[in-house]
Ligand binder design. Structure first.
Ligand SMILES: Nc1nc2c(ncn2[C@@H]2O[C@H](COP(=O)(O)OP(=O)(O)OP(=O)(O)O)[C@@H](O)[C@H]2O)c(=O)[nH]1
Ligand SMILES: [Mg+2]
Length: 407
């Protein structure tokens, strides 16, 4: 029998409770054991085992062997990797319509291809849990109808992307985690991502029993998706709001993105008991989305060749010197057009990193689907879609991506 080594403390990716692996619950297998006080009548009972069979599986109260595990608090199922691998939770944050869902889909799709970083292993920890990402990917990145225009829908604020459980006498709702095993250079981590709706990050949107952004209290890095086409000064430079909206930009310019960043920083500090003036306890990566639209405005224009690296393999993460050149170009662009956002981010993390990307690579249009913007999956050519995530991971876990870490 092979031996398994366990982490010393498990962080539940559903409700973020921390507990020792010995406290993990098992999911009863016996058909008569339906009904669970935390999850309701349609879920199988969760139990703390006291007996195990010869193969190390737990034995449920009616004698059936059980191998599926669940969190001790929310009782939601945990993939075995949650007990064996150290976790790297990365919070993806940004205003509504800034491009978070497109980035998540483009990044996970390209990371699976093996063409993004040499020697990277990237697999679903549990495909049944990752149905959300797989669905997002299949609409634009692995479509069976590549000539029919499509688009990723706005992320719902409630519903099937979330799950409910009962703790004490309160019902809780939390977003479904997307879990991946990321391995490289002999190290493996459980990468944990969430696709929030942008509205969740607006000031005042943090309801106590809907801890939809509570991952900010445990995450190891923050990817803040900045959409320059939501800024009035950039919009003017690009020919006005209508011109920008026609190619996928500026869904709304009502949100001040620097205020969202301040709100998120306040939640991070509150959840971790930090003082209001502490710098954030992790690296901030500003991921500048939709570079296909605004990239012509930077000096030099980043859209032309993405800092000298838009060769055949545009989904690959470029070498460090190219990333640093793009960072410098974008820093200048932000200082000129969105100075308060850059100043806010710098105050929170003096060593922040800036990575431009384009999840679609080409602008969507309304030509074929009436007023809704869409793009033929065949025309989707993401540029650096996984770079913000890899840079964030390189800062959180330098051993995985030493060549991309500044440290
Ligand atoms: N030109 C261009 N448009 C993009 C790109 N990525 C996203 N868009 C446009 O921006 C819109 C919003 O993108 P989403 O990824 O759904 O944004 P989101 O941040 O997930 O939004 P919420 O779910 O509302 O928080 C899309 O419907 C596209 O029209 C891109 O790389 N280039
Ligand atoms: Mg979304």
């Amino acid at each position: 029998m092979s031996t398994r080594s366990l982490v010393s403390s498990v962080t539940c990716p559903h409700c973020w409770a921390e507990f020792p692996p010995a406290q993990v619950r098992y999911v009863a297998e016996h058909a008569a054991l339906m009904g669970d006080p935390v999850l309701g009548d349609s879920a199988a009972m969760r139990f703390l085992p006291s007996r195990f069979d010869a193969r190390g599986r737990a034995i449920d109260p009616f004698g059936a062997s059980a191998s599926r595990m669940a969190c001790m608090r929310c009782h939601l199922e945990l993939p075995p990797a949650a007990l064996e691998l150290p976790q790297a939770i990365v919070s993806i944050v940004g205003a509504p319509a800034s491009g978070k869902s497109v980035m998540l889909a483009a990044a996970s799709f390209s990371l699976r291809s093996g063409l993004v970083v040499d020697g990277l292993e990237f697999v679903d920890a549990d495909p049944s849990l990752n149905d959300l990402t797989l669905e997002l990917e299949s609409s634009l990145f692995r479509s069976s109808t590549p000539d029919s225009p499509a688009m990723i829908a706005k992320t719902d604020l409630a519903g099937r992307l979330y799950r409910s459980f009962r703790v004490g006498d309160a019902n809780w709702t939390a977003p479904k985690p997307q879990l991946f095993v990321v391995g490289r250079k002999g190290k493996r981590h459980l990468l944990c991502l969430y696709d929030n709706a942008g509205e969740h990050f607006l000031p005042g949107a943090d309801a106590p029993h809907e801890p939809v952004t509570r991952h900010l209290g445990v995450s190891r890095a923050l990817v803040f998706v900045v959409d320059p086409t939501q800024d009035q000064r950039v919009i003017e430079r690009l020919g006005g709001r209508e011109a920008v909206q026609a190619v996928g930009g500026a869904g709304s310019i009502d949100q001040r993105q620097d205020l969202i960043l301040i709100e998120v920083a306040n939640r991070v500090r509150r959840l971790r008991g930090l003082s209001a003036y502490d710098p954030l306890p992790f690296r901030i990566v500003l991921a500048l989305s939709k570079a296909d639209i605004w990239g012509s405005v930077t000096d030099p224009p980043i859209a032309a060749d993405f800092g000298g690296f838009r060769s055949g393999q545009s989904i690959a993460v470029p070498p460090m010197e190219v990333l640093q050149r793009a960072d410098a170009t974008c820093r200048e662009f932000l200082a000129r057009y969105m100075p308060e956002l850059l100043a806010t981010a710098r105050a929170l993390d003096p060593n922040l990193r800036i990575v431009p990307f384009s999840g679609l690579g080409n602008p969507p249009s309304s030509a074929t689907l009436g007023t809704r913007l869409a793009i033929r999956p065949r025309d989707v050519k993401p540029v650096w879609p996984a770079a913000p995530l890899v840079v964030a991971l390189s800062e959180a876990e330098p051993a995985l991506f030493p060549e991309h870490a500044v440290g």
